[in-house]
Design a binder for this molecule. Structure first.
Ligand SMILES: Nc1ncnc2c1ncn2[C@@H]1O[C@H](COP(=O)(O)OP(=O)(O)OP(=O)(O)O)[C@@H](O)[C@H]1O
Length: 357
């Protein structure tokens, strides 16, 4: 169990982590995602003991690792870290690297443990090779085997797949989902790729500007995203900016988009219910759930009028880019539309998300 409470880290005037609290249950795989610079690596480094917090505490399985004014040295923490560049010692064989932290074991036990790990990571055939004699994906496995060798309570991984090509990254996602479950470790995994994270995480931790924005299973998060950034990940790939005119009820509003009043029924957003008129809003839609019909029309609920600026063939469908008061809205249709033509865009309430800025 990893327990982080009120963690704050400042660098000069910049607060990089602000009052971050998080609990990860034993054996869970938690992936930290968020835009570049939001503080993901800083959080991982504080847990690893490579940096010290200004405020807050960190504990693993009830043992305090860090509290105000006090920090356990990194090598005394029951955890190991896998770095982005693997950090393998170039002059050692794979077998020596993996067994490096096992000097408390006798030679025979050490060999047995190392061979079992090499087997688990499917790199037994590479035991005698140097890091320079194996591929990036294999180096990655060696780094993980080394991190697991001392049986840590917590495994930390910082962007472990970012140096691999796309195909290998997809392969490794599958392997990670099996590996993490089979070793039963609590895992804290940082990545800038939310879909990588969602593919095997038990818990997604979304950070933004040094704070935790949302925590939950990937399915729960994508079903009810709390921010426009998370909504983008959940497939809401096109957006419209406007201003709140009025609430009709808690699930319907009128939003001014350029000269058009847009009446929107939506699935509810508690923050929106209290927003005053004049609030800037972002309406997010999924381009494959926007219906396109030809010609203008009455500005009915959940419909907008615009002009086609691009019509792009995508193999099976057409992607239209439609200008609505300066917003480039994307919509996927089964038929072509002429550039310059006027179209009506409509969407159902359950495919619209609205965020107040
Ligand atoms: N030692 C440091 N001194 C000053 N500022 C730092 C230091 N380390 C990190 N920062 C700043 O803290 C912020 C968060 O950095 P961090 O590396 O944690 O972000 P990140 O979310 O991991 O980003 P990325 O996805 O780009 O790796 C950044 O603005 C960064 O410039």
């Amino acid at each position: 169990m990893l327990e982080i409470s009120g963690l704050t880290r400042r660098f000069g005037p910049q607060t990089v982590l602000n009052d971050v609290s998080l609990t990860i249950a034993p054996g869970q795989v938690a992936c930290i995602v968020g835009p570049s610079g939001c503080g993901k690596s800083t959080l991982l480094r504080l847990v690893a003991g490579l940096d010290r917090p200004d405020l807050g505490t960190i504990a693993v399985n009830g043992t305090t690792l860090s509290s105000p004014g006090w920090a356990l040295e990194p090598h005394k923490r029951q955890l190991n870290m896998v770095f982005q560049d693997y950090a393998l010692w170039p002059h050692m064989s794979v077998e020596k690297i993996v067994g490096y932290g096992l000097d408390r074991l006798d030679t025979e036990s050490r060999k047995t443990r190392v061979l079992a790990l090499l087997d688990q990571l499917r790199i037994s055939a590479l035991a005698d090779r140097l890091p320079s004699q194996i591929s990036g994906g294999q180096q990655q496995r060696v780094a993980i085997a080394r991190a697991l060798a001392t049986d840590p309570a917590l495994l930390l991984l910082d962007e472990p797949l970012s140096n691999l090509d796309v195909q290998l990254r997809l392969e490794m996602r599958k392997e990670f989902s099996t590996l993490f479950r089979s070793v039963g470790k609590t895992v804290l995994y940082v990545t800038h790729d939310p879909l990588e994270a969602a593919s095997f995480a038990d818990v997604l931790v979304v950070m933004n500007k040094g704070e935790i924005e949302q925590v939950g299973t990937p399915e729960a998060l994508f079903a009810s995203p709390r921010s426009a950034w998370i909504a983008t990940l959940a497939g809401y790939d096109t957006s419209i900016e406007g201003t709140l005119i009025a609430h009709s009820d808690e699930r319907a509003i009128t939003m001014q988009v350029g000269a058009q009043p847009l009446h929107i029924a939506h699935t509810g957003n508690s923050k929106l219910a209290t927003a005053p008129s004049g609030t800037e809003l972002t309406l997010m839609l999924a381009s494959d759930r926007v219906d396109v019909t030809q010609g203008g029309g009455d500005p009915a609920r959940n419909s907008l009028q615009g002009r086609v600026t691009h019509c792009l063939f995508e193999g099976r469908n057409w992607r239209l880019v439609v200008d609505v008061a300066g917003n480039a809205i994307s919509a996927v249709t089964t038929h072509r539309a002429s550039v310059g033509s006027h179209v009506n865009l409509s969407f159902s309430p359950d495919s619209a998300l609205i965020f107040a800025k």
